[in-house]
Design a protein around this ligand. Sequence first.
Ligand code: SF4
Length: 374
Amino acid sequence: MRGHALLSASSSHRWIHCPPSIRLGERYENRGSEYAAEGTEAHLLCEYRLKQMLGIPMEDPVPGLQYYSPEMEANAEGYAQYVAEVYEKAKESCEDPIVLIEQQVSYERWVRDGFGTADALVVADGTLHVIDYKNGKGVLVECEDNSQMRCYGLGSLELFDGIYDIQNISMTVYQPNRDNISTCMLVKEDLLEWADTVLAPAATLAFEGKGDYACGDWCQFCPVKHICRARADYAMELAKYDFADPDVLEDEDIEDILARADELTSWASDVKDYALRQALSGKEWKGWKLVEGRSNRKYTDEEAVAETVQKAGFDPYEKKLLGITAMTQTLGRKRFNELLGGLVMKPTGKPVLVPESDKRPAMNTAKDDFKEEQ
Ligand code: SF4
């Protein structure tokens, strides 16, 4: 198995928009996060459960999983079930579809040294399915215009076009921690055209460290996001503001500021994180110092506390109802629904102000209720 591609599919959204970020990022180490380690384990479990379902032998990885949890298990089972269903469906229109798991694919025809690993492929006449498991709880990953999925689609075509009669590429992001299954379909010719006109030119620039820096949502996964000058300039440009009325903000001012606030906050917090990490490794920032943050008292030995309190004649424990996740694990999903389905509700979430482009439906406000009454 090869290592990590310089122009990886997973970072393609970034290097397509900001080609020089790849070579700049090479100079700085990207810290692997705990989330990444958990994601790797989740993928391994997905692979195992899917192989189990399809009768393909693989050593049980569970004993070695540091982050194993009932949620991780449920996610892997759901994923395996999903891929198996796609496979079953493919059998209806094709005599000999195949499933490939953790399949290495190469899109080198368009991207120098471009390769990646597709979580699952279902190859059949007519439609080739690319399915990618995402463990993230934060960013919702959509399939539409998703360059990573397209790269996997291209790599899969390189392997199977000609062997199977493929006209369409169906791409699915399976992201259980966000209750998200996002699927989209591209005609083969459209995918190839995108590869020739968008992917390949950007890859050439990125490989050579050329092109223009450009900021956008792709900065959040860039290894130099905290010290990138282009991003800082962009943030500072966002922060500059010409107020129509010098004394108070007009509605339009607030609307403009709202649109910039998230980007500014995220940039500022990246810089602060970086400065703190550096300070912890010994760097001194003029005018700044490290201090201890606030902390709460805690027991040094919970067992000793319980024993001492019991001996003194008190009950040290409180009795609490199991939470929904723990209760589901205790009863099993089916029994949980039978017994408690009617006793579970989803309260209204705390209001959040988001751009109009957000997919969630707008909330009903007191003003709307008043309008209806009128
Ligand atoms: S932080 Fe953004 S603008 Fe700067 S190199 Fe990275 S992707 Fe490009």
